[in-house]
Design a protein around this ligand. Structure first.
Ligand SMILES: [Zn+2]
Length: 234
């Protein structure tokens, strides 16, 4: 038995390394590899590195953000919300609510353009105006930027770096935004998750009923597998 449990631990460590590598490969050079948060480091020591990072994009949404916050609270799970500036401006109290619940609130641009197609000054405005709107509600300036569509090139990376932002993408994408069905969202996440995974979900930008419905099973299954949940960029 001791041999088996030792082997499992080694495999866990290898999987953690693969998970971190996957994120680095997806995100390129200017990436926030999710080993940084202190609570993740603590969880690694205790749980053999089985940390996962839930992220929610395109909110806040008056319909789905409170629903998702309620589910996360029920399971005692914290996540990272990449919010769109114009949605923050439309629903500022929701952004405050997300932050007060202990979640990380980060920058997903002002109006969700492909940043590769914008001038440097337009990218600056997308990021700075969103920072300002989020800071007004949370008291904190986002340290990370998730470019819409994950669309990055050298110019976007250097703009982000000049603005002091780490670029954060993801390593597990169930394409919940395409509404493939609650069961499909669940199985795509649960089949592909590894220690260190950054999971992309959405709380805004359309009908996110399937995402919300998928969440309790995702959370309870990951917990049963021994995962803990970390936040990014906080
Ligand atoms: Zn988005």
């Amino acid at each position: 038995m001791a041999v088996h449990s030792g082997r499992r631990r080694v495999v866990g460590r290898i999987r953690t390394a693969i998970g971190a590598l996957a994120v680095a490969l997806v995100a390129g050079a200017a990436v926030a590899v999710p080993a940084a948060p202190a609570e993740a480091a603590g969880a690694k020591a205790d749980q053999g590195g089985k940390v996962v990072y839930l992220t929610f994009d395109d909110g806040p949404s008056p319909t789905y953000t409170p629903r998702i916050l309620g589910i996360l609270a029920r399971y005692g799970v914290r996540a990272t919300f990449f919010e769109i500036g114009q949605n923050v401006a439309a629903h500022p109290a929701l952004t405050g609510q997300v932050a007060r619940a202990g979640h990380s609130v980060q920058n997903h641009s002002w109006s969700h353009p492909d940043l590769r197609r914008l001038s440097a000054s337009a990218v600056n405005a997308q990021v700075a105006n969103t920072d300002k709107a989020i800071r007004a509600q949370t008291g904190r300036t986002p340290s990370c930027l998730r470019p819409p569509y994950g669309a990055v090139n050298g110019a976007v990376r250097s703009r982000a770096a000049a603005l002091g932002k780490q670029v954060v993408l993801w390593s597990v994408d169930p394409t919940d935004w395409s509404r493939p069905g609650t069961a499909a969202i669940q199985s795509r996440v649960l089949k592909n998750v590894r220690p260190g995974s950054v999971i992309l979900l959405h709380d805004g930008g359309g009908d996110r009923g399937q995402t919300a419905a998928a969440l309790p099973t995702i959370l309870s299954t990951l917990k049963a597998r021994g995962y803990t949940f970390g936040t990014l960029c906080s």
